[in-house]
Structures are given as C-alpha cells and as structure tokens.
Design a protein around this ligand. Structure first.
Ligand SMILES: Cc1cc2nc3c(=O)[nH]c(=O)nc-3n(C[C@H](O)[C@H](O)[C@H](O)COP(=O)(O)O)c2cc1C
Length: 178
C-alpha cells in the first residue's frame, strides 16, 4: 500500500468528481488516498508517496490557483511519482475540431506539464453547460457547433486510475506521517 494525494482544481465540480473517482478507484486497489482541492502551495503539504494532480482547463490554462501552486511547488515534486490530468471540453466539439483538439495540448498546459515532468499527463472531457459561459462564450460555442452536456468518459477515468494503481504497487511503501 502506498499513500497517494489526489489534488484537483475545479470551478463547476466536474474535475472534482473525476478526482474523487480516481481516489475511489485507487482505494479499491488497496492504496491509502487523500483527495483534496489544490488551492494552496504544494510545498505546505505533508509528504506522500505519489501525487495525482488535475485541473479544469479554462481559456487554455489550468485554473490560476492550481497553476500557481504547481509552479511554486514543482521543485519539491522533482523525482517524485506524479501523474497529471487536465479536464477540458474536446468531446463537446464537432468531430473534425475534436480530432484537431485531441492532437494538440494547449501551450500553457503543455508548459506546466513540462515544469513537472509527470509520469503521464492525461486529458479528459468534463461538463459544459450554458450557465458556465458568458454571452460571448455561448455564441462562440454555438457557432463552432459544440454540444452542452456531461462528456465525461468514466470508463476511461477508471482505466487510467487502474493503470496508476498498478504502477503504485511497484513503489516502496511509506506512511502518511513520514
Ligand atoms: C469559461 C470557460 C472556459 C473554458 N475554456 C476551455 C479551454 O480553453 N479548453 C478546454 O478544453 N475546455 C475549456 N472549458 C471547458 C471546461 O474545461 C470544462 O467544462 C470542464 O469540465 C470544467 O471543469 P470543472 O467543472 O471542474 O470546472 C472552458 C469552460 C469555461 C466555463
């Protein structure tokens, strides 16, 4: 059993729920897991054996508090097993745009991933509703032919968590108090 911190930044809860599902899944593999919001400096957190960190993507970047926390805490994460995930809306896009979007990680997200050098960075689609967008955003959304709704692929989230869990079992164990 290893101790894993799952940290998330979420504005409308879909990323939070993905983080919770990852946490639940890791626990079913016997790992000790704490899921909490990524709102403060990573350096202030007690140690863990591994980190899974994710954020909603807004305007091409992780939410500002999460991006700042990761940049400040990146040094402390160096050499530790870290997995990152970003929650966007590629599944809301029409097919051709989605194919394009899936090929390119948005530059600010890619830059943040580079700072951390995680074992893996995975992208998921989240939830997008009319009330999340301002009027201009909603017009653009419609013009692009996007679809509102819950686009989360829970099977993909769970499969990723299972894959992480398998990799965690190969790590040396350490307690939450260490
Ligand atoms: C104002 C706004 C801006 C967004 N910008 C992006 C973006 O640049 N790229 C993207 O893939 N998704 C974008 N999205 C979609 C969100 O990332 C998606 O809805 C996600 O599920 C939000 O997560 P949350 O529910 O945890 O806040 C945006 C959504 C909103 C409301």
């Amino acid at each position: 059993m290893v101790f894993v911190r799952v940290l998330y930044a979420s504005e409308h809860h879909s990323t939070q729920e993905i983080a919770s599902r990852i946490g639940t899944r890791l626990r079913t593999h016997g790992h000790h897991v704490e899921v909490r919001a990524l709102t403060s400096a990573l350096g202030g957190l007690p140690r863990a054996d591994a980190f899974v960190m994710g954020s909603a993507v807004h305007d091409g970047a992780w939410l500002p508090t999460a991006e700042a926390a990761v940049r400040v805490g990146a040094e402390g994460l160096r050499g530790q097993p870290v997995w990152m995930f970003s929650v966007g809306m590629s599944a809301a896009l029409p097919r051709l745009l989605r194919l394009l979007a899936d090929r390119v990680v948005q530059p600010r997200v890619a830059a943040l991933v580079d700072v951390v050098s995680p074992r893996e960075h995975r992208r998921f689609s989240g939830v997008i509703r009319r009330e999340h967008l301002d009027r201009k955003g909603a017009v653009l959304f419609r013009l692009l032919g996007c679809r509102y709704g819950d686009h989360r692929d829970w099977a993909a989230v769970e499969a990723w968590a299972d894959d992480i869990a398998r990799q965690l079992t190969a790590l040396p164990a350490r307690g939450p108090a260490d």
